[in-house]
Write a protein that binds this ligand. Structure first.
Ligand code: MN
Length: 248
């Protein structure tokens, strides 16, 4: 009898791994997660910020090449991998998606998860109290801006990414914790607009299962953890979802 792979009958959701050559432990953890937990799964959904930065599909970190190889092997073994952009890796495009066998998803995206319509988002668009970030996001995510950025030489894109990172770090230092979390009204409005009772997102680095009432019906918002000091995921099957987070 063939052994049943660990992920059979389940779908996995991760976000905010922030992979970079500077933190090899997280990369190792991610590859073990693929081998020991996800193998044989129905699907793996990456809900953004897989990479710490992404300046274009000519991104030259070793972790980018290794990740493409691992994800390609996973998809070839029969587990589809879906990728949604985060605020760090929104420049990831079709070339890298093809190399790694990933299917790009729009943000937001509703998927049918074992007969439960489930809304998937990175989560940054729910942080509507952070007006400065939302204005920045709107500027850089315009199709013509993205197209123009892609035409810039590698070195210039590298410098721009460093500047954007530094700007975001100093802005974050001046923002309250509340401003950087999701706005509860934005959550209910978005779930209502998409007619779902389940939302899974990342971005805030606040892993949690949030029960809520939506027009008299029980609903749930699942938040995936970051992979900085800890790691973890949301896993769903026909019975429901579970949040799994390693100790810090
Ligand atoms: Mn993010």
């Amino acid at each position: 009898m063939k052994p049943v792979p660990p992920g059979a009958g389940r779908s996995y959701f991760i976000a905010d791994l922030h992979l970079t050559d500077e933190r090899p432990a997280a990369t190792g953890r991610f590859f073990r997660f693929l081998d020991e937990i996800v193998a044989g799964a129905d699907a793996l959904y990456i809900l953004g910020d897989l990479f710490e930065t992404w300046i274009g599909d000519d991104h030259d970190e070793q972790v980018a090449h290794d990740t493409a190889r691992r994800l390609k092997a996973l998809t070839e073994s029969g587990t589809p991998v879906y990728f949604m952009h985060g605020n760090r890796d929104f420049m990831l495009a079709a070339r890298y998606a093809t190399q790694s066998g990933m299917t790009l998803l729009a943000d937001p995206q509703v998927v049918d998860l074992y007969a439960t319509p489930t809304l998937l988002m990175h989560g940054d668009t729910l942080c509507t109290d952070d007006h400065r970030y939302q204005a920045f996001r709107q500027r850089v995510r315009r199709p013509w801006v993205l197209a123009a950025l892609r035409l810039l030489p590698f070195g210039m894109r590298q410098r721009l990414a460093r500047q954007a990172r530094a700007g975001s770090e100093s802005a974050k230092a001046g923002k309250s914790a509340d401003i950087m979390d999701v706005n509860v009204q934005a959550v209910t409005q978005t779930m209502r607009a998409h007619r779902v009772l389940r939302l899974i997102h990342g971005h805030t680095h606040r892993p949690q299962q949030h029960p809520l009432m939506l027009d008299g019906q029980p609903a749930t918002r699942w938040v995936t953890p970051d992979w900085y000091a800890r790691w973890g995921y949301v896993v769903c099957d026909a019975q429901g979802c579970t949040l799994v987070v390693s100790p810090l």
